[in-house]
Design a protein around this ligand. Structure first.
Ligand code: ADP
Ligand code: MG
Ligand code: MG
Length: 883
């Protein structure tokens, strides 16, 4: 197979559909060339070579060298230069490019091919020879960092020291002679660090850089990024080798980044930044504050620095045309990197732009209305998990606040937390249960884990396309960038803003929507679900087949569930109700009573309380289905632990504390997870199930009389292992239903079903369905019983299973489809054989996980039920699964 694909001059070997082997960057460079857009010529070494590289002890296929030679000659022909030529040298950039975009995660080497000889040719050809020496020293710095592993700041330190000793402040104040001195010092540093002189042979440089790009696929930050974004390490990266174009050739040269729509709000406007007379990563690094591309953006930002539109009007016009063409062609918002060399525009990269969830919704809905994409495409384009960002609170506009600084609104949403200045520390504090705001002068890829741990990110340097801004938007975290008025003192562990000194641990609030940095905590508002959100959710609701319900047992959760569009309650856990307030004493009495009479006395106290609980929930759900699970206690959680608790219960029961202590000791279990729980409790003490059923039916009657709404009652026996066991519980429910009906004269329709959460229940589902009218798959317990793995104890070892690649993901987060999934499949198949129209849903954490939801769709389940805050995510994921 071909290993190297060339592009340039209006044509290319590749195209965008070859993304798998060319990587995203390479495929799009080829596509842009094919579209006739100005792309510096170059070639792409495929991801298959990367795979070969890692499978063969970091060696290349032997044909590669010849293919690279041929391609180099081709690029030389298109540019009229030759690689390594002393008179007219071709200079190259060597860029990584994986299949999925991994911004800033991999290393790029610019200006490759420069050495002591070619730099002179470059100097001769340029209007200002300073540019050539600046480029060479940049190359030494980048190459030494990326390929030779010498830290970047070693060179920065030399430069800073030099500037200080001459009273210079900005890099731009250095002239050609200064840069030549820097080159000498930089090369000396390389000698000192590596014991070898800086490579002068361009071929050696090229292969060194290619090897470094392949090598960077396995660097820790790339590995972290892949883990966070579920990108398989088997994909590999491609290497793009491309002719250099120079944005640092004077005042008609520039480099920049632009989005075809606003990536924070989704508004249809060209949005971007550039730097005059600058190279490559100067914009992304946030070292200098960039200028706006359009004049309207400049005015909106109240900036005095002229826009590209004014500075280089012809280039601007050509650029606008190119961005419009690219957006139409790809039918998505594009993130475009460009460079202008002496008034000539070059495009260096295009890709689907990262955007906030808010922008994603707006863009999807707008593009549907513009006729660019279909409604179904709009649904598929939104990442359900990213919706979470929109469900976050924002700052109450009327709240009193003390703004201590304002930076750029780099990623929307608001967050409060304790400030930390170090990413490791952010992670530690997060693990210890604290909410933190990561404060950095600027972030780099080394800060990924800290950013991930933080509630929000604050930087004092950098623009809207700085590393911090791009990564925060991708993570859906609030970010304020470039808050230049804040002084950060890393060593002292403090920052100063508006005269206030904040120490590590002090609370601040950042508002990534306005850019404000606020002292202390501020009142937040719950999000609004109107506009594009409502539109897209309506489209999703129309497209999905499965129902979406919520797990809710408190009135507050039930209300949230409805607000988020739940179509009923799929799991109302009654044991949570038992923990509420003082009623735990009565619950303990019931459990610890040593005869039925004692139990009935305790139950009589609980009945009115339970009835009131159900009453409120039924009212809120107003005729929607409510699935109530009978008491499923982990018994040990109810037992009194302390002497004071024992004394309290003993007193209430009128028995000696000593007697109660003994009874509690009798009930302690070695292995509660496999102990006295689920329907086992109802079998031992049927009067508990009877009390609960009575509370349910009486509440339903009361709501019917008061409001006319008849709740769709689904009563559920927890954790069963056999049909006879279920039948035993069902009989108590049915007899209670009859009793309440004859007492009240009201017949409330209801169905009785069961949780399927043990392997045995799955296997016997066919006969269980004879009497069970519905199944609810309790995937949390099903995972525990199927894997023989207790969720409460898994913390100490499960992480290792994921880290070592033994398990692809935490099975309590993403359903283990191969194992647990088969038991679900068996239960639904056998259940349906007996009762073709049986209603089957899942509840538990997995009900809100998009991948697990897709699996439920495949099994044709009736609904998923998840926590109220995940309901919108489930609605969208269910729609995507159905399309
Ligand atoms: P990343 O994947 O981190 O964005 P890139 O490969 O896009 O890395 O390179 C980073 C920057 O280097 C680009 O934004 C661009 O400004 C500059 N660059 C890359 N290739 C060239 C080139 N051929 N000529 C000039 N600058 C380049
Ligand atoms: Mg790039
Ligand atoms: Mg369970």
């Amino acid at each position: 197979a071909k290993r190297v694909y060339t592009f340039g001059d209006g044509q290319a070997d590749g195209a965008s559909h070859l993304r798998e082997i060319l990587g995203g960057k390479g495929a799009n460079l080829a596509e842009m060339a094919n579209l006739g857009l100005p792309v510096p010529p170059g070639f792409t070494i495929t991801t298959e070579v990367c795979t070969f590289f890692y499978e063969n002890g970091k060696r290349y296929p032997h044909e590669l060298e010849a293919e690279v030679e041929t391609s180099l000659a081709y690029v030389g022909k298109l540019t009229g230069r030759a690689f390594g030529d002393a008179e007219n040298p071709l200079l190259l950039s060597v860029r990584s490019g994986a299949r999925a975009s991994m911004p800033g995660m991999m290393d790029t080497v610019l200006n490759l091919g420069l050495n002591d000889v070619t730099v002179e040719a470059l100097a001769k050809g340029a209007a200002d020879e300073r540019f050539a020496y600046d480029s060479y020293r940049r190359f030494i710095q980048m190459y030494s960092n990326v390929v030779l592993g010498i830290p970047h700041h070693y060179f920065e330190d030399i430069l800073e020291y030099y500037k200080e000793s001459r009273g210079l402040i900005l890099d731009t104040e250095l002239d050609a002679a200064d840069w030549r001195k820097m080159i000498v010092s930089f090369k000396a540093k390389v000698d000192e660090e590596t014991g070898n002189s800086f490579p002068q042979d361009p071929k050696e440089q090229l292969w060194g850089a290619i090897g470094a790009v392949f090598g960077s696929w396995m660097n820790p930050r790339a590995i972290t990024y892949r883990r966070l974004h579920s990108i398989p390490s088997s994909w590999g990266t491609a290497v793009n080798v491309q002719a250099m174009v120079f944005g640092n050739m004077g005042e008609t040269s520039a480099t920049g980044v632009a989005f075809t729509r606003n990536p924070a709000t989704g508004v249809k406007e060209l949005f971007g930044e550039f730097l005059l007379n600058a190279q490559g990563e100067d914009v992304v690094a946030g070292l200098r504050t960039p200028q706006s591309i359009t004049e309207s953006a400049r005015i909106a930002a109240c900036s005095t620095k002229p826009s590209l539109e004014i500075t280089l009007p012809a280039v601007f016009q050509e650029f606008v045309r190119a961005t419009e063409l690219l957006e139409k062609h790809y039918r998505d918002m594009q993130d475009i990197e460009f460079t202008v060399e002496r008034g000539k525009l070059w495009l260096l990269q295009t890709r689907a732009g990262k955007r906030t969830s808010k922008a994603a919704l707006r863009i999807a809905v707008d593009m549907t209305r513009e006729g660019l994409i279909s409604q179904d495409e709009a649904i598929v384009r939104i990442d359900p998990s990213a919706l979470e960002q929109l469900l976050h609170p924002t700052i109450d506009p009327d709240a009193v606040r003390k703004v201590v600084a304002t930076g750029l609104p780099a990623s929307p949403g608001a967050a409060s937390g304790a400030i930390v200045f170090d990413s490791d520390e952010a992670e530690q504090l997060k693990n210890a249960g604290h909410k933190v705001i990561l404060v950095r002068i600027e972030t780099s890829p080394e800060d990924i884990h800290g950013m991930h741990a933080a509630e929000g990110i604050l930087t004092t340097r950098g623009g809207m396309t700085s590393h911090a801004a791009v990564v925060a938007r991708g993570m859906g975290k609030p970010c304020v960038s470039g808050a230049g008025a804040i002084l950060v003192d890393y060593a002292g562990g403090s920052m100063t803003a508006a005269g206030v000194v904040f120490r590590k641990g002090d609370i601040v609030t950042i508002d990534g929507t306005s850019g404000q940095v606020i002292q202390g905590r501020v009142t937040m508002l719950q999000p609004e679900f109107s506009g594009e959100f409502a539109t897209l959710m309506a489209w999703a609701d129309a497209a999905r087949r499965m129902g979406v319900r919520a797990n809710a047992e408190t009135p507050q959760d039930a209300r949230t569930a409805r607000r988020f569009g739940a179509e009923g309650i799929g799991l109302c856990r009654t044991e949570h109700m038992f923990f509420e307030g003082h009623r735990i004493v009565a619950v303990r009495e019931m459990i610890l009573a040593d005869d039925e009479r004692g139990r009935r006395a305790a139950l009589a106290k609980l009945l009115p309380i339970q009835r009131a609980d159900f009453l409120e929930i039924f009212e809120i759900m107003a005729g929607l289905p409510v699935t109530i699970r009978l008491l499923d206690p982990p018994l040990h959680e109810f037992l009194p632990q302390t002497e004071a608790e024992i004394a309290e219960v003993a007193d209430s029961m009128g028995i000696a504390a000593e007697k109660l202590r003994r009874r509690a000791a009798d009930l302690r279990e070695i292995n509660p997870m496999l102990g006295f729980r689920g329907s086992r409790l109802a079998v031992a003490f049927p009067e508990i199930a009877e009390m609960q059923a009575r509370a349910i039916f009486e509440a339903a009657v009361e709501v019917k009389r008061a409001t006319g709404a008849i709740v769709q009652l689904e009563i559920m026996a927890p954790l069963i292992i056999a049909k006879a066991e279920f039948d035993f519980v069902r009989a108590r429910i049915d007899s209670t239903a009859r009793a309440v009906a004859s007492e009240t004269g009201e017949n409330i329709p209801y169905s009785v079903g069961t949780m399927i959460e043990t392997p045995r229940a799955s296997l016997r589902a066919g006969e269980i369905a004879v009497t069970a009218e519905f199944f609810s798959i309790g995937t949390n317990d099903m995972t525990q019983t199927c894997l023989a793995l207790s969720r409460d104890d898994a913390g100490s070892f499960l992480g290792g299973y994921v880290a070592k690649g033994i398990f692809p993901a935490d099975p309590f987060v993403t359903l283990d489809q191969e194992g647990v999934g088969e038991f679900i499949e068996i239960a639904s198949r056998r259940g349906r054989q007996t009762r073709p129209d049986i209603k089957i849903g899942i509840c538990g954490e997995h009900g809100g996980d998009p991948q697990s939801i897709a699996f439920c769709e495949k099994l044709c389940l009736s609904y998923v039920s998840c926590s109220p805050f995940r309901v919108p995510i489930a609605r969208l994921a269910a729609a995507q699964a159905a399309l």
